[in-house]
Design a protein around this ligand. Structure first.
Ligand code: GLP
Length: 243
């Protein structure tokens, strides 16, 4: 695993944006899996700048949302699809036909999850997965637990995850308590993985993870130790508890 520490947030974001841009230039038909949350926002802005000023071409790129809140339609103000559409897809001239998200409003959520895994498989899997990390070590919405799911599935969110995401909603009671998320195998089959963590709030989980080479279902990000091509990018805040 390659760990890159940069002095501040902007420099760390630039490392990730350059890595993604390099992959897009090498393979204009790349299939990517993308996160939401606060962490990727600066990366998406830099990719937008590269599209506008340097002609970085996303017209043949395919993107999969890695998760979606159960019950939120694609146009809901807090849906993850809308977040990616507004923060990236529309800003870099992607064809929305090449953008996918799980059907989190389906009557049969289990089937919707299976369909999403099939869709990922038909697309040939992910060339690049870009991850954030939760303060409890979750990736995508694979929550710490006794057992983890390999493929796309419905996940019950922990109280801590609901609380952490409440800042995007008017009230904590509005935060959905379930999500459809890609599974650990969907992530680990990705050819390349980059994970970005920013700020001191992430320092304890980064130290817990990178301070030990062990794999545990109680820290889902630790499964990235099993993958041959992972780059972890940290700002000084997120790296501040590493020894
Ligand atoms: C949510 C998302 C994750 C994301 C995490 C961290 O749980 N499902 O994909 O990595 O939040 O969010 P933030 O970047 O806002 O800290």
């Amino acid at each position: 695993m390659k760990v890159i520490v940069r002095h501040d947030k902007e420099e760390a974001e630039k490392v990730v944006a350059d890595l993604i841009a390099g992959e897009v230039r090498t393979n204009p038909e790349i299939v990517m899996s993308l996160p939401t949350g606060s962490t990727p926002v600066g990366v998406f802005s830099e990719l937008t700048r590269m599209h506008e000023e340097e002609g970085l071409d996303f017209s043949s790129v395919t993107c999969f949302n890695m998760d979606e809140y159960v019950g939120l339609g694609r146009d809901h103000a807090q849906s993850y699809y809308r977040f990616l559409r507004e923060n990236l897809y529309e800003r870099v001239g992607m064809s929305l036909e090449n953008t996918f998200s799980p059907d989190a409003c389906a009557a049969n959520l289990g089937r919707a999850a299976d369909d999403y895994s099939s869709l990922i498989k038909r697309a040939g899997g992910f060339d690049l997965t870009f991850l954030g990390i939760g303060r409890d070590g979750h990736i995508s919405f694979n929550m710490p637990s006794d057992a983890l799911h390999p493929l796309t599935h419905v996940e019950r969110l922990s109280e801590a995850a609901v609380r952490d995401n409440a800042r995007f909603f008017e009230d904590v009671s509005e935060v959905p308590t379930q999500a459809i998320t890609i599974g650990m195998r969907n992530i680990l089959e990705s050819r390349r993985i980059v994970l970005l963590a920013l700020g001191e709030a992430k320092a304890p989980v980064i130290a817990r993870w990178l301070g030990s080479g062990l794999v545990t279902t109680w820290l889902p990000a630790s499964f990235l130790w099993l993958h041959p091509d992972v780059t972890v990018v940290l700002d000084q805040g997120a790296a501040s508890e590493l020894r």
